[in-house]
Design a protein around this ligand. Structure first.
Ligand code: AMP
Length: 632
């Protein structure tokens, strides 16, 4: 099949296209309408059809694959390695579902999952799907106030957590964080189901904590039937950062997501039943939801779940995993490859990588030197793909399962089938000419698998995503891009105040809010600047209440450390700025808006351009001075 025809058909005739694709999953009750367009910008897929994500990911494979590994778990933090066949996974998911049910979890209710990378996280997600409960996984690196904010938004009936996580050999106690979040949250659930890994030296014993292990024993042989959900019932909420300090709950459906992931496995990832996929990400991010948990299992593959870093015990660990587990497909973020590039090349060469067919990279721009290095080192196709939490699966990629078009360095490729992707002029909303920079937009309807709405806030969904391109009712990705004559798109960064640090999406406003909570701070601006390894790094420019507060280098250092600790406590260490600069004032417009793009330009040593609305141009000079002093 030619890519061009395939793509054209998918957007010209989505009903027929997706009706065919829907045959990839089991429908307990067939749908009676492929696409309901009656209420744009909302789209409802496979209306009236009843299905279940857990059934499709687990039960459906039992007749043919009960003894095939479904989940291989490797932790280089604890030294634990476990293998679960589809039969084992089925049993564990039933146990977890039975335990959740015994704690009162019902269809349509939310379960918040705050877990490190352990198999129980997969069981918990699939158990929710089985019960028809809506899971909301919160990345384990988020601090208590962030967790509390997500609890209050999702109002879960149960929280699932663990005694501790581990990263780089350091144990991170979870129970004090959970305890603080439970105390802060207005809608704290009555119970926290605790997976005790026996890692935390001192575990909290709050009355709401319920140990999983004894309950698992009690429910060892209980079978929990799958709830047959209408295709458009919500399957999960996943919070992501935007321009405001309040994270958005991206809500996804059941049937559309299942169909979209199953199709992507063939057309984009070329994954087949029986293959092994290693996605090195975290279940707290969308890549983890889609390509650690759901997609490989929907496709009858083996998924490898890894707890640890790419460089511990040494930089060869991932390549040894490929060899040991005969991994066929691998998926990670460019940052990890930039980290591995600094390691001894012998570590890569000495592993037997013959099983590996393709490496997929996503989550942040893939720079050309990294792409060239890894392609040459592996001698296998490296497929960059562009998407976001909201879409759930790639928007741009070379879809090798459709047609293996050539790669162009610096571009993630061409629009994926299902997406009517158009670059538009930010002022006029009109489609861009070839080579003209524009906002990457998607026309209505979004294909299956994409977000349905913002949890509990349809108006925010419409306003944020569908009303930001002038005069055009189109979905904005908030990314800049440029398209060439062959349809290849290159990503040129975000149009909003979101930054991307090591593939993690962070709102600069969230970091600013955390820093502002420090008593010494009068004002702060956080911007992202280029970073050789992490893609971007967050820099904070802080105006102190007491101008002399950071007069000496020692004072400045102490204060910067104290601000970093505040970010760790408020948001989590992932939000910690790489550097803090103290400045007498921040550049603003006369109406008081921060000139962030100008600050970012200065921080990268670029010309901030004309700023006719600036209130006091000397503020620019203080940013320049702070940056050059910091660099010296
Ligand atoms: P997230 O929602 O955390 O997955 O972050 C999505 C954002 O990451 C996108 O809106 C882009 O800004 C960026 N991004 C994701 N994949 C790529 C890619 N392959 N190339 C460039 N930027 C990317």
């Amino acid at each position: 099949m030619r890519y061009r025809d395939f793509h054209r058909e998918s957007v010209a005739n989505p009903d027929d296209f997706w009706r065919r694709e829907a045959g990839r999953i089991h429908w307990q009750t067939p749908f009676d309408q492929v696409l309901d367009r009656s209420n744009p910008p909302f789209a409802r897929w496979f209306c009236g059809g009843r299905t279940n994500l857990c059934f499709n990911a687990v039960d459906r494979h039992l007749p043919a694959r009960a003894h095939q590994n479904a989940l291989v778990y490797v932790s280089t933090e604890t030294g634990i390695e476990r293998r679960y066949t589809y039969a084992d996974l089925h049993a564990e998911v039933n146990r977890m579902a039975a335990v959740m049910r015994s704690l009162g979890v019902k269809r349509g209710q939310r379960v918040l999952i705050y877990l490190p990378m352990i198999p129980e996280a997969v069981f918990a997600v699939l158990a929710c799907a089985r019960l028809g409960a809506i899971h909301s996984v919160v990345f384990g690196g988020f601090a208590a106030p962030s967790l509390a904010a997500r609890i209050d938004d999702a109002k879960p009936v149960l929280l699932v957590s663990a005694d501790a996580g581990a990263r780089g050999g350091k144990v991170i106690d979870y129970t004090p964080l959970v305890d603080e979040a439970m105390a802060r949250a207005e809608y704290a659930p009555p119970k926290v189901l605790l997976i005790d890994r026996q890692l935390a030296p001192e575990r909290l014993n709050a009355p709401y904590l319920v140990d999983y292990e004894p309950l698992r024993e009690q429910h060892y042989d209980v079978q929990v039937p799958c709830e047959w959900l209408e295709s458009n019932e919500p399957s999960y909420i996943l919070y992501t950062s935007g321009t405001t300090g309040k994270p958005k709950g991206v809500q996804r459906d059941v049937g559309g997501y299942a169909v979209a992931l199953a199709a992507s496995m063939e057309y984009i990832f070329e994954g087949r039943a029986g293959d092994t996929l290693f996605t090195a990400s975290d279940i707290g991010w969308v890549v983890g939801h889609s390509y650690i948990i759901y997609a490989p299992l929907l496709a009858g593959m083996t998924t490898v779940m890894y707890e640890g870093t790419p460089v511990r015990p040494d930089g060869g660990i991932w390549w040894r995993l490929v060899e040991q587990h005969r991994i066929n497909l691998m998926f990670t973020a460019p940052t990890a490859i930039r980290v591995l590039k600094k390691q001894d090349p012998a570590l890569l060469r000495s592993a037997d990588l013959s099983s590996l067919r393709t490496l997929f990279l996503a989550g942040e721009p893939l720079d050309e030197p990294t792409a060239e290095w890894i392609s040459a080192a592996l001698g296998k196709p490296v497929v960059d793909n562009y998407w976001q939490t909201e879409t759930g699966w790639p928007m741009l990629a070379i879809q090798r399962g459709v047609e293996p078009l050539p790669q162009k360095l610096g571009s993630p490729g061409v629009p994926c089938y299902g997406y009517d992707l158009v670059l538009r002029n930010e002022h006029t909303g009109e489609p861009c000419a070839q080579g003209e920079k524009g906002v990457i937009t998607l026309s209505y309807p979004l294909p299956p698998g994409c977000m349905q709405t913002v949890w509990g806030d349809d108006a925010r969904f419409v306003k944020t995503y569908w009303e930001s391109v002038p005069g055009q009712p189109v979905y904005s990705t908030f990314d800049w891009g440029v398209q060439d004559s062959d349809g290849y798109v290159t990503i040129l960064g975000r149009t909003d105040d979101v930054i991307n640090v090591a593939g993690h999406r962070l709102g600069t406003r969230e970091i600013e809010e955390a820093i502002s909570s420090h008593a010494a701070v009068a004002e702060v601006a956080v911007v992202g600047v280029n970073d050789a390894v992490k893609g971007q790094a967050a820099l904070a420019f802080v105006v102190l209440r007491d101008a002399g507060g950071a007069a000496s280098p020692a004072d400045a250092q102490t204060l910067a450390a104290s601000l970093a600790a505040t970010v760790d406590r408020q948001l989590g260490a992932i939000g910690r700025p790489a550097r803090v600069h103290f400045v007498p004032m921040l550049p603003k417009t006369r109406s008081g808006k921060l000139l962030r793009r100008a600050i970012a330009a200065l921080a990268e040593g670029r010309d901030p351009g004309d700023l006719p609305t600036i209130e006091d141009a000397s503020a620019l000079q203080s940013i320049r001075e702070a940056v050059s002093a910091g660099d010296s």
